[in-house]
Design a protein. Sequence first.
Length: 147
Amino acid sequence: MRNGISLHNAEKKEFSPWVKIGQEWAGYKIILFDPEQVSLTLLKGDARLVIILRSARIGEAALKLPNMIKGSFTLVDGAVIYSEEAVVRLGATSIAASGGVMVSDKEQKQIIGDLKIRNATFENGCAIEKDGKVIVTAESVIIENTK
């Protein structure tokens, strides 16, 4: 399982690639993720910033995800975090978590994580649907022999 965090710059309306503990993005260094407190600690220069991620609100907890085929999910700050056994439909393609974390927006238009699509695993991948096609970018791709 790969551990990574995708950060969002609200002013520039952009997301970071998967950033691991100890790495930097936009001048912030990720130094700690605390799953019990659901918090993220960042460092910018000498300033330490602790972000407490909000839990899903009750209204959002009842949200049904139309593209969810299997598994469960949790909402955190508007992001959908899927269980390890989750399978999600993007266009005509089924996408599963590949032994790790899989995250999407609530609209399920962009899915990020270690993704399993048919006999290929996309490590640190991002899948989006565009013009009826599923486009995947990834750090690496492993294609299993089906014979």
